[in-house]
Design a protein around this ligand. Structure first.
Ligand SMILES: Cc1cc2nc3c(=O)[nH]c(=O)nc-3n(C[C@H](O)[C@H](O)[C@H](O)COP(=O)(O)O)c2cc1C
Length: 176
């Protein structure tokens, strides 16, 4: 059984990032012997580094990532950057990071026509800095409000195929 940790980089209700991620999750569901853990910040209380409080959710996500064979990291583009929640998840994954040596595929969505290219480059820089193995060919979804309906259906066959390919690429890498 291969374990995949899928990170949703926003807690915005009904986010388009989660709609895009659902396609990736559906692709994993088509494969046998794959266990997926979704790290969804909507259901987590994550603290800033050094902040006092209950750190049980931090321990929970560290355990999920430590046990994972591969990671899907998704984020919306907020102000030309990864979301603050995405960065908070990274900061809660310890220093040195439990993401070190983990293969990671990245996905970003944006309202704008150039997509989340800048965001994904920043995310690649951060993940590489902490020692993750960032696989090539991240998926950037531009004009995401047109690509997905409110109910989450994808209107763009090319984007859907790219999102499914993200899951497949990670599994191929893990299988060697
Ligand atoms: C705080 C904030 C900042 C944003 N900044 C950008 C941006 O810089 N570029 C862009 O294309 N879209 C931007 N957007 C739009 C998001 O990319 C858009 O809402 C998209 O649906 C992805 O976010 P979601 O997963 O929260 O739905 C921003 C949205 C928010 C809430």
């Amino acid at each position: 059984m291969k374990k995949i940790a899928v990170i949703l980089g926003t807690s915005r209700p009904e986010s388009y990032t989660s709609k895009a991620l659902d396609v990736v999750l559906d692709e994993f569901a088509r494969h046998d012997k794959i266990h997926v853990d979704l790290i969804d910040p909507t259901h987590l209380s994550l603290l800033f580094p050094g902040q006092d409080g209950d750190n049980k959710d931090q321990e929970k996500i560290q355990e999920i990532v430590t046990k994972a064979d591969g990671i899907v990291f998704s984020t919306p583009e907020y102000h030309g950057s990864m979301s603050s929640v995405a960065k908070l998840i990274i900061e809660n994954l310890s220093y040195p990071s439990v993401l070190a040596d983990k293969p990671v595929v990245m996905m970003g969505v944006a309202a704008g026509s150039i997509g989340a290219i800048k965001t994904l480059e920043q995310l690649r820089g951060t993940l590489s800095h902490i020692g993750a193995i960032v696989l090539p060919f991240p998926v950037s979804v531009p004009r995401v409000h047109k690509v997905f309906n409110k109910d989450g259906t994808c209107n763009d066959e090319t984007i859907e195929s790219l999102l499914r390919g993200l899951a497949d690429r990670l599994l191929e890498y893990i299988d060697g």
